[in-house]
Design a protein around this ligand. Sequence first.
Ligand code: SF4
Length: 534
Amino acid sequence: MDIQHKAKAKQKISSNLSEFPHDIHFYLVPPAHEISLVDFYDLAFNRLKILRLIEEVTLRGKTKYSEDWRNTIINEIRKLGLKKIAALYSSSGSNASPVDEVTRREDNISHYLLRLAYSVSAKNQPWFISREIDLFRLRFGFLSKEGLHNFVEFNKFDYFAEESFIKDVLVFQSEFFGHQDVEHGKLKCTISCMGAIKSREKRFNINSGFWQISDEEKMQVMNQLVQCCSGVSTVEIESNEYYKVSFQNVPELIRQRKVFLKDGFAYVAASDLVFFFTQQYRNVLTKGLQSLARIAPLLDGDSRLAPLFNGIHDVYMGRDYSKTPEDQATILPEEIDQLAMESFPPCMQRLHSILRSSHHLHHFGRLRYTLFLKGAGLSYDDAMAFFKDEYTKINPDKFEKEYSYTIRHSYGKVGNCRDYTPYSCVKLITDAPQEGSCPFKYDTRQNLHKWLSSLGSNSQGDAQNILQSVDNEQYGQACSRYFELIHGEGPESIISHPNQFFEESYRLRTGKERKETGKAKKEKPARVSIKENN
Ligand code: SF4
């Protein structure tokens, strides 16, 4: 894949219509197409949005892989405006429901872009693998009987010998990168390498990893199948197709004691083949990430790819909370104490607490809090009055000379007059720790435990769940669980911005959209009062 102008790329993308015979596949063929830089990032970030969406819907309590879970995710993907992708991901896989080839190809490219991005981040690879497997299971769940049959046929004959495939890829890479052309264009050579792997792949040893058993063999093991598949009748077994697979390919079925084992093979019903394919996909992903990790350093110096490699996992893709306060003045200085207690996220709640107690915030704390209040709807004049009131309590002269500049600058009144955007969670989590940083990331576990335990008499279990998310370094999830703890229900999506926390909290507490209310008014009592954490 090379990066080119958009029109040319589109033309090339649509030129080959026989590359992906089925809507679902194992992403064994790296892309070898030209693509514009705009499409490059559109495809990568759209897939990232979908993977995050899958996580959000799961965390909302939908049973994973259930019909409700699948339909909710597809509806949410449609709401993102990705209708073709939604159609591809919910395809029955039958011949009667073909999805256009360009969408299939873009799906393949988007997968490889994220695989490349995550190959450089060992820490975040488990997340990527888990979400990709969820996506695979989601798509598999939509397959009709015919679609499943097509998928099985498609994969049975092209089944690859994993070890020899990966080995050959690595040998090929080392041969390729020894070539002098690498000196002249790292990106082109590396991506071309992926394309070249495709042609070599066809020569790899084909090793069918599973095959359907005959009716005769099925009758021979009928008693064992009935015993192993509890609740399944002889009639059902007779009408179902069964496959033999290597036992190590279905650990989940073995763990659940849902499968008959003989001579190192597991006898798997067609309806349970998803476990087999999921394990295969997991192997492909794990090894594919290892393989790409060897290429990725060669792309390091390419500035076009920097956004892909520099912390894509933490990229904020939510709403822009920078607003023109004059258009939407929705909170007043005298309401801030109450709102901070009820509806501010912990990071901003702490800044407010520091400001009220010490009448001062350091530069970055002041900047973070000013931008948050601006995004929450505090007008410029009110912000000046609010901060002046606090700062002049200890040093009346310094406010005008030193501190007021931050506020004027944040509202775009001085300097380059930009309307600055409030900081997202990603910034507050990844920037060096200072006033206003995410407490879930930077507070000690002991302090967090003490604070969370103080929120309510029944909160021990909730506190443990929040701390579990902190231990897993899932700070947005921890904050969402905290939101649920104090509101009685969770946010609409995983918290990724302090202003999102505030807006969702306000809406829940008042039952109103802020922009419709004009001035914020407290209409409902808080379910739980958040106690201050020093
Ligand atoms: Fe603030 Fe975001 Fe951390 Fe919540 S997750 S405390 S909103 S930085």
